[in-house]
Design a binder for this molecule. Sequence first.
Ligand SMILES: Nc1nc2c(ncn2[C@@H]2O[C@H](COP(=O)(O)OP(=O)(O)OP(=O)(O)O)[C@@H](O)[C@H]2O)c(=O)[nH]1
Ligand SMILES: [Mg+2]
Length: 698
Amino acid sequence: MANSTDFIRNVAIAGHGGTGKTTLLEHLLFQSGAIPKPETIESGKTVSDYGEDEIARKISIHASLCHATCKDVKINFFDTPGSSDFIGDVILAFRSCESALVMIDAKTGVQIETIKLWRNLEGRKKPRIVFASKLDEERASFQSALDDVKEKFKVVPVVITIPMGEGGSFKGVVDVLNGLAYPLPASHDQKEAGGPVPADMAPAVAEYRSRLFEAAAEGDDALMEKYLSEGELTQAETVLGLKEAFAAGRIIPAFAGAGSLNSGTSALLEFIAAIAPNPLALAPEPIKLNGDDEISVTVDPGKPASALVIKTQIDQFSGRLSFVKVITGKLLPDIEVVNVRDSRKEKLGKLYTLQGKKMEEVRELVAGDIGIIAKAFDLKTNDTISTYDKPFSFHKLRLPTPVHMLAISAVNKKEEDKLNENLLKAAEEDLTFQVHFNAETKETVIAGMGELQINMILEKISHATRIQAETRMPRVAYRETITKKAGAEYTHKKQTGGHGQYAKVVFEVEPLDRGIGYQFENKLFGQSVSKGFIPGIEKGIHQAMESGVVAGYPVVDVKTIITDGKEHAVDSSEMAFKIASRGAFKEATRNANPVLLEPVMNLRVFSEEKNLGDVMSDLSGRRGRISGQNPLGGGIVEIDAQAPQAELLRYAIDLRSMTSGTASFEADFDHYSPITGKIAEDVVKAAQAFRVHEEEEE
Ligand SMILES: Nc1nc2c(ncn2[C@@H]2O[C@H](COP(=O)(O)OP(=O)(O)OP(=O)(O)O)[C@@H](O)[C@H]2O)c(=O)[nH]1
Ligand SMILES: [Mg+2]
C-alpha cells in the first residue's frame, strides 16, 4: 500500500535552531520501527545529521530525507536546519512537502527563525502542526508555548496531546484524540506504549476533547448540529472533520513531548498517518506550456511521468544524488525521460529512497513521493524530467538572494582553477551560494546567506581537496564621472627616425544623466581629420573610460564631442589618433570636476521590534537613508532603506551580532551616487595602494 499516492505523507520538520527537530525525528524513526536504536546529537550518530560538518558542530546543515511507516502509510520526513544560513534547504523541503511540523522549545517559546519560517509556510498555504518540545526541561511550559503561538501567529492551536507534568515532573503525554496515555518509556531507546488515561488527567482530557469535536465540526453544518445536540462525535467523524480542517489550514494541531526521551512520538506518527494530507491534496502546480498561458497540473498517478529535481547532493561516497519530487505518473528504473531544460534524453538508472545517508533501492517512485536518482550527471536542481509528449516545466524554487559577499582566491595561485571548480560544485548543491567573477574589480566573489554557511562550504572544500583559500572583503565597484562641461586639446607627436606619429584632437566633455553611460558626437567641420580616423578616436575614448583620472575606476555618463583636430599627410595613423584621443579625454575630464560614484543598495531589514532602535541608528551610521517601516506581525518589523554598498560589506555579520542573530536583510543594487570629501579621499588612497600592490606582484 505504501506505494500508492494516497498512502504517502511528506512532512517538513522546521523551526528555530536547537529546538530538537533532529532528535525528535530520530525517535519518530525508532518508534515507527524504521531504525532499531535511536541515537543522540551528542553521540553524533543520528540518522539525519550524518554529515561530518553536522557531527562536528552538532547542528543540522543540510535538509535530510528520512522515512517511517505507520499504519501502512509511508511518511517522508525532511529534517531541516534551524540556522537561517541554510534557508535554501528549508525552502526546498517546504516546496516539496504537503505539511510541516513546526518545533517550538517549550522553555523559550516561539523564536525569531520560527516566525520567519511560519510566514513562509503561511504564504505557501501549507498546513502546520506545532510540537512543543523539551517539556522535560526546567521552566518548560506547554501552556506558555501555546499562548505564545496564539499571540505571535494569531491562531488558536487545537491540542492533540497534553503533557503529564512538566519540567522535573514530566511523566509523558496523553493523546486526547485517541484517549490514550503514553507514560515516559523507561529510557529513550524503549518504545512508547499507550495505556489508560490516569484518573487525575480525565477532566483535562474531557475538556480538550470537546474542543477537538468543535474544531472537527466547524466546517460542516450537519456535523456541527450533531455535535451541538449530542455533545460528541464518533471517532470516525472526528478524524474526518479534523482531516478536512487541517488540509484547509483552518486548524493548527498542537503536540507536546520530549524527543530525547522518546515521548510524544507515537501519537504524532498516528496523527500524521491518519490526518495529515496526502500529496493528492496538494494545490495544483502552476506550469507554463510552450510559452502559452499558465495552466496547472495536479499530483496524479494516472498521467505520464513528470518530476521536479528539488536538490542536488554531490558527496564523496555516494557520488551525485538528484532528489526528485514526482508530480505525475511514476518513475521506474531505466526508463527514458526528457530533461525539459535542454530537451536532452536521460536514462534513469536505479531509484532510491534515503534514510539519512543510507540509500535504499526502490522499484518505483509514484506521484507524490520523494526519492533519489543517482549518478544523473546532467540533472540540475530545478530541472523538470518528463515522459509527456509535450513536456512542460515546473516552477523553480524561489530562494532569497545571498547577501554576504567575499572575494576569494587560492593561496597557491596554481590552484585557482581547481578552487573555482569546487566553488561551482558547491554552488550547484546549494543555490543560496553563488560564485561569480567580477570583471570590473577582477575578483572572484562568492555570496552566501551568512558567515556560517560560507565557512562550512570552504571547510568542506579544503577538507576534500587540501586547497587553501583566502577570503577578504570584496572591492566595491566604484565608478567615476564628471560634474561640469570642460574641454581639452591634445597633440600626440613623435619623431623617431623613419616614420613619425602625429595626431591632434580637441575635445569637449559634458555630464550625462545617470545610467546613460557613453555618447560621442562628431562636430568636426571641413577636412581637419579624415573620417577614417574616427573609429581610432572612439577607441581611445573607450580605453580612457576604462580607468578614470580620480582613482582608476571606470568612467560613466560622459558625452564626448570632438570639435577640432589636425592630421599629417604621412605621420598620422589610427594608432596616433587613439593615443591623442586618450590623452584629450583624460585632460578634459580632469578639467570637468571629476567625482567618484559609489553603488547604493536598496535594503529591506527584518528586525524584532525591540531591536528597532539599534538597527536604525546603526543604519544611519552607515550613511543609510530610511524610507519606511512596515510591521509584519509577530513583533517583526521590515525597515526599508538605502545605503552605500561600501558600508554594507560586513552588514550580514554586524546585523546578526547586534541583534543576537535575530535580524536579517535583503539587498539589491539601486543606483550610483557621487561621493566627495574624506570618504572619496579614502577610496582614492585605497585604490593607489592597491595599484602599487598589484604592480609589485606582477
Ligand atoms: N532535555 C531535552 N533536550 C533535548 C530534547 N530534544 C533535543 N534536545 C537536545 O537539544 C539539543 C538540540 O537538539 P537537535 O535535535 O539537534 O535540535 P535541532 O532543532 O535539530 O537543531 P538544528 O538542526 O541545529 O536546528 C541537543 O543537545 C539535544 O540533545 C528534549 O526533548 N529534551
Ligand atoms: Mg537538526
